[in-house]
Write a protein that binds this ligand. Structure first.
Ligand SMILES: C[S@@+](CC[C@H](N)C(=O)[O-])C[C@H]1O[C@@H](n2cnc3c(N)ncnc32)[C@H](O)[C@@H]1O
Length: 337
């Protein structure tokens, strides 16, 4: 292990990525204190989460004994590992969902998002629960739309003052946002070059299928760690997006990542980065509980405003933020290099 100078982030000597960032959303870490505060609420204040249409759909379609343990754990605010019978809940969710086992192996997987954006249909009651829910198929799809719309607006501003634009999608998965942007704006084929950066060869293979199908030769895929690209970009990037990456990282890890990637950007260039916020725990605690207790995924729930502090601590200016309307579970910040 080497250490990035002046940064408390360890990097892998081969890939250049920190162990946390190799799988940027991973983290079977200790619970975020903001989420723990919601776990600790009295049962009375949590009962309404069991009455949403998606929760009723879930509980009607899983075995009664599994539902009983899950509901008890949720209302008591008990961590699964401390509960008798929890192994049965985990086993049932692992076998009967496609999302839960995929997230357990790789919390940063793009495959869950393909379902939450509704590009891929879900096939079982557990995954239907996520696809219907506020934190799942609603907020994530809203985030996707908000990011694509803002990115088009931002890129158009750049193209109004210069002939070409280099955009990077950092942790792109199959590059859905960029493909969508180019299909909606035919002039981008000649004037916008998008590099989609991801370490997952399957995500890249899927993305290449889309770009081939739509003949988008202006979109390229770079299979490399996002923390290891300075030789490639060094001050050349006009615009960037970083979506679905920060949510599982702690505050020091976020600062480390944002500091590491800043030199890729031209002075004054924008980077749009999304961070889940505490409102998800407030509005959809059942989903937060199920995700954490069946997969071990250490999602972070900072308050609105923390992303500004994180960008600034990493040396960026903060232009402001937008949100996944109307759910408002994400602070989607705009940093200026
Ligand atoms: C949750 S997905 C987000 C995909 C896409 N940005 C979106 O919002 O739809 C996170 C992606 O980051 C990638 N990733 C994780 N760590 C990475 C690293 N160190 N370098 C490059 N990509 C990474 C994962 O492979 C995964 O495809």
């Amino acid at each position: 292990m080497a250490t990035i100078k002046n940064k408390a982030v360890e990097v892998d000597a081969v890939s250049g990525a920190s162990p946390q960032l190799v799988n940027a959303m991973a983290g079977k870490t200790k619970i975020c204190p903001h989420l723990q505060q919601h776990y600790d609420l009295p049962a009375e204040k949590k009962k309404h989460f069991l009455k949403t249409p998606e929760a009723k759909h879930l509980f009607m379609n899983i075995p009664r004994d599994v539902a009983r343990v899950l509901i008890k754990g949720f209302l008591d605010g008990t961590h699964g590992i401390e509960m008798v019978g929890w192994d049965k809940v985990v086993e049932y969710f692992q076998i009967n969902s496609r999302i839960i086992p995929a997230l357990t192996i790789n919390p940063g997987t793009y495959t869950m998002l393909e379902k939450m954006y509704h590009f891929e249909q879900v096939q079982n009651p557990i995954d239907e629960y996520f696809a219907m829910g506020l934190a799942g198929g609603q907020a994530l799809r809203n985030r996707y739309d908000a990011v694509t719309n803002h990115a088009i607006f931002h890129v158009n501003e750049i193209l109004a003052r210069q002939e070409n634009c280099l955009m990077i999608d950092i942790g792109s998965g199959p590059g859905r946002n960029g493909v969508d942007m180019c299909l909606r704006n035919p002039i981008y084929r000649n004037r916008l070059k998008i590099d989609c950066i991801d370490i997952d060869s399957e995500a890249i293979a899927l993305g290449k299928k889309f770009t081939k199908k739509h003949n988008l030769s202006n979109i390229s895929f770079v299979q490399q760690s996002m923390t290891n690209l300075n030789g490639r970009y060094e001050g050349k990037v006009d615009y960037g997006i970083l979506i679905g990456v920060l949510c599982g990282l702690t505050r020091p890890e976020r600062i480390g990542l944002l500091s590491k990637i800043k030199p890729y950007f031209r002075k004054g260039a924008r980077l749009v980065g999304a961070s889940l916020i505490e409102k998800m725990a407030y509005d959809d605690l059942l989903c937060a509980y199920i995700l954490r207790e069946t997969t071990g995924w250490g999602l972070q729930y900072p308050f609105l405003g923390e992303l500004k502090e994180v960008f600034e601590a990493a040396g960026w200016e903060y232009e402001g933020y937008f949100m996944d309307e109307p759910t408002r579970f994400y602070e989607i910040g705009i940093g200026i290099a």
